[in-house]
Ligand binder design. Structure first.
Ligand SMILES: O=C(O)CCC(=O)C(=O)O
Ligand SMILES: [Fe+2]
Length: 255
């Protein structure tokens, strides 16, 4: 699969970098506590890119985000109960808030996602601030309102994203300016969380492909979240997990 080849070379280069320069600020994917039979899939489905944005671009993106964020009140709880203190807003890739440098940086991320043959991203961006000490509890992204990939640009402060499936744990250590893409196992089988942020506030700029209900108007999406119609997210997740398991068993049998 062309996507796999490209993705592996990125991930491989990154892992080599992490091994050879432990003191550098390079982001890394830590699979040492992940179950062995998930390693190959996670190397393709939990990607991190350290060289996609320049430091200047990461700083400009953070400055553009801060200018909007600083006008918003800090919220104590998110409606889904997963995030305590945070601020957030939604905007478009071409919104006037972005300076040309930021717009070019986001466009490059989107081009890379397209070149890796992932599904097309929606034009909306979800921008999130986690202040010092804030975290996001373990969850699956909605299988109704988001599609099969989540793309995050990490800004302003380092962060640790932890992925867990039972006792199997993978961790993404990301620096400001790093971009990650979660798909497959990392999106549907492993729950993810953001460990408490330490020090500076951290921004995340999240992009997703559409889910089956993304076309609904926003007010209906909220209602839909409150009164779930079948199939529920749990049923869709269970279906996906079963499919992944069956695929895995088939691969084993043919080995
Ligand atoms: O902060 C992040 O990078 C991830 C946020 C997240 O999990 C979400 O928006 O669903
Ligand atoms: Fe999430």
């Amino acid at each position: 699969m062309p996507r796999g080849a490209a993705a592996l070379s990125w991930a491989g280069a990154l892992l080599r970098g992490a091994r050879t320069s432990r003191r550098s600020l390079a982001s890394s994917v830590d699979l040492t506590r992940a179950r062995a039979h998930d390693h190959a899939a996670l190397r393709e489905e939990l990607l991190v890119f350290d060289q996609l944005l320049t430091r200047a671009e990461a700083q400009t993106l953070a400055d553009d985000v801060a200018a909007v964020m600083d006008e918003l009140p800090m919220r104590e709880e998110h409606f889904d109960g997963l995030i305590a203190r945070h601020r957030e807003f939604h905007t478009g890739v071409d919104a006037p808030m972005w300076t040309p440098r930021s717009r070019a940086a986001v466009a490059r991320v989107r081009t890379t996602v397209a070149e890796l043959h992932f599904p097309a991203l929606q034009p909306q961006l979800h921008v999130l601030e986690l202040p010092n000490g804030a975290a996001i509890l373990p969850h699956f992204d909605s299988v109704k309102f988001s599609g099969s990939i989540t793309v995050g640009i990490n800004l302003n402060a380092p962060a640790v994203l932890r992925f867990t499936d039972g006792g199997s744990v993978a961790e993404l250590h990301i620096d400001p300016g790093s971009v990650y893409i979660m798909s497959g196992l990392a999106r549907y089988v492993y729950k993810h969380e953001v460990l408490p942020i330490r020090g500076l506030r951290r921004f995340a700029l999240i992009q997703r492909d559409p889910g089956p209900c993304s076309h609904l108007p926003v007010w209906l999406q909220y209602l839909h979240g409150i009164f779930p119609l079948p199939p529920t997210s749990d049923e869709l997740l269970a279906e996906y997990r079963k499919k992944r398991h069956d695929d895995f068993m088939r691969t084993k049998e043919s080995e």
